[in-house]
Design a binder for this molecule. Sequence first.
Ligand code: NDP
Length: 221
Amino acid sequence: MVAVITGASRGIGLELARQMAARNSRVLGTHRGAVPADLPGVDWHPLDVASPESHAALSQHLDGTAVDLLVCNAGIYLDKFENLAEGYPPAMWAEMFETNVTGVFLSVQSLLPQLQQSGHGKIVIISSQMASHTRAPGRSYIYRASKAAVLNLGRNLATDLEGLGIAVGIYHPGWVQTDMGGPTASLTPAEAASGLMDRFEALSLKTTGCFETWDGHAHPY
Ligand code: NDP
């Protein structure tokens, strides 16, 4: 199996790359800065998900390669400490939507030929429980809105790609001990990645459009 994982330089993406390669997948991890740690079975390619040129270069690099699984994992959370009175500047809205939403759309669009070539391609989107409008505790408006948008994007892609045989799943990875989740989060990256990989394996055209937690529960929208 060939898997492409965006934002694999650290955190959940890095652990997914490590565990997928250990399960005998051929993994292409993407990174922005220096080439990350040498992991057996993982090839690296640069990708800034907010840059159309960067996507074009990755798509060209993978020209003729069937991609069985695209993991849209790269994401940013910049508005953790903003306050409503004077925070949440428009530039922050733009940057987070470029990465968390447009970045996912461009990843899918640019690798669609490779996913089709697989014959049973899957797209998995790492969203968040913060995408939910049922569960709305307030604050972090930009991050919440961006993750809700990418949940919506994933569900509509699921409808449009079903006819091409491509399944799309959207996931909450849990609260994970990464730079984003912080050291007091409840899950290690290894636990989250292992659960997510089980979800990716279970994803099919029968379950396409699902929004699930890392440990297999349906998440409220
Ligand atoms: P980290 O902050 O630890 O890692 C984020 C990754 O995304 C890095 O590899 C980073 O690359 C990459 N990235 C950010 N911006 C871009 C960009 N423009 N182009 C390419 N890559 C980029 O986050 P996590 O591992 O914790 O999060 C992974 C995903 O899980 C995110 O989508 C996040 O929103 C989601 N999530 C995480 C939760 C948690 O508790 N940790 C909870 C719910 C959802 P670089 O090293 O170059 O910055």
